[in-house]
Design a protein around this ligand. Structure first.
Ligand code: USQ
Length: 393
């Protein structure tokens, strides 16, 4: 199948291109290197060194025996996107090319506006370009579990039966996001659902939990095929930050009470899921939703898992809760459904320990790169728009 990945230079996009090519698909990618620039703006760098795109493409051809068709450009530029679709004629588009950080979007008005303009317009441009050039193409859109927020009820997979005053209809489950970034994904979801309803497009909206891990088998032992690992306050997720903190001897920092829960999944499981979605397209007009996560932990349990694995490498680190710079529920119900992928044959690895060992091996080898950008780890972006470093509690 011809699969186009937007955000092919990113954390998920790059390994996905390898994974899909190894499964026999013809892959193209779009990127404008924004992720490298955002992390630089935060005063940080990927702990694992990332090859330049030219070197990535060379290694790709050597290992996978095919070229990755690369288009450099901005996803909000309609003519650019249209031309890329015309030249590649994708049968599936995996849409990953968005600004993915909640704290970055909460920085100030400029970052909030940028996040929503970039994310919502990029997806809208894609819908129009698909309609014009490849109306039968399947859009695999990366959503996030954070769109739902933490309501005090179980969360269905996308749609549910709503009954009110004796009448019933199938409706999209309400969203209650907690950052301008997560809100941008909510807007996308509504736009994509409407495009399916009005234009008969087919889409899979994947509501992913927090993805972690540094390696998939398709990377082999070629450094040029590795993907990024961020640990700064914006682009490093809690699990990445805990691992990086352990490697340079800093205490691990659950925010606030540390009882806020999230769903997690390994990088290799994320690849499997995106691959399954691509290879099993929905019918025309269908807007399909997958909730995807494997294990649910609260952030203190997560820190304890990381602490346990770190001790195996002689790293004895403390867990010191930190004042929460975010506004979020710290004690809440969390029980989302996640059956649709399992029905398609998804076999999750559910082995956080093995994945974390790989992460530690990679990070210990690049400890100096984390040490060099240590300052970027300390959070000062607050959900009320102010900036002040958090204290350990
Ligand atoms: N947290 C800590 N300590 C830290 C950093 C974060 O306790 O040092 C807490 C946060 O307060 C939050 C939780 O960990 O309660 C998760 O935060 P995160 O930074 O790991 O992840 P989040 O902001 O939710 O965003 C990440 C990705 C995003 C994706 C999302 C999936 O950056 O792209 O959409 O995970 S989900 O969380 O399911 O919405």
């Amino acid at each position: 199948m011809r699969v186009l990945i937007t955000g092919v230079d990113g954390y998920l996009g790059w390994p996905l291109s390898l994974y899909l090519a190894a499964r026999g698909h013809e892959v193209a990618g779009i990127d404008d290197y924004s992720r490298r620039a955002w992390v630089g703006e935060m005063g940080s760098q990927s702990a694992i060194p990332i090859a330049k795109m030219a070197d990535r493409l060379l290694a790709y051809r050597e290992h996978l025996g095919q070229n990755l068709r690369f288009y450099r450009g901005d996803l909000t530029d309609y003519n650019f996107v249209l031309n890329a679709y015309k030249s590649f004629q994708p049968e599936a588009i995996v849409f990953l090319g968005q600004m993915p950080s909640a704290p970055y979007s909460m920085l100030d008005v400029h970052h909030a506006v940028y996040t929503q303009t970039n994310n919502v317009m990029g997806a809208l441009v894609t819908l129009f370009a698909m309609k014009e050039v490849v109306p039968d193409c399947h859009l695999v859109k990366l959503g996030t579990m954070g769109e739902y927020g933490t309501p005090d009820v179980d969360i269905p997979e996308g749609f549910f039966e709503l009954e009110y005053r004796g009448r019933k209809d199938t409706m999209m489950f309400p969203r209650k996001a907690g950052s301008w970034y997560h809100q941008s994904k909510v807007h996308d979801t509504h736009n994509v659902e409407m495009a399916c309803r009005l234009w008969g497009m087919r889409s899979t909206d994947i509501m992913q939990g927090v993805v972690y891990g540094t390696y998939i088998d398709e990377m082999g032992d070629d450094e040029r095929l590795r993907t990024r690992f961020d640990f700064d306050q914006c682009f490093g997720t809690a699990i990445n930050r805990f691992c990086a903190q352990a490697v340079i001897g800093l205490p691990l920092t659950p925010y606030g009470k540390g009882t806020q829960k999230r769903g997690f999944l390994a990088l290799r499981d994320s690849m499997q899921c995106l691959g399954l979605a691509v290879e099993n397209p929905p019918k025309a007009g269908e807007c399909r939703v997958f909730n995807q996560f494997e294990e649910v932990y609260n952030v203190t349990e997560l820190a304890e898992r990381v602490q346990g694995v770190a001790s195996g490498y002689g790293l004895d680190v403390a867990i010191n809760p930190m004042e929460n710079p975010r506004m979020e529920s710290e004690s809440h119900h969390y029980n989302p459904d996640h059956q649709h992928l399992l029905d398609l044959g998804y076999e999750p690895t559910r082995d956080m320990e093995t994945e974390l060992k790989q992460v530690f091996q990679d990070l210990i080898a690049h400890k100096d790169r984390i040490e060099a950008r240590k300052e970027a780890q300390f959070p000062d972006i607050r959900w009320d728009g102010s900036r002040r470093k958090s204290d350990y509690l």
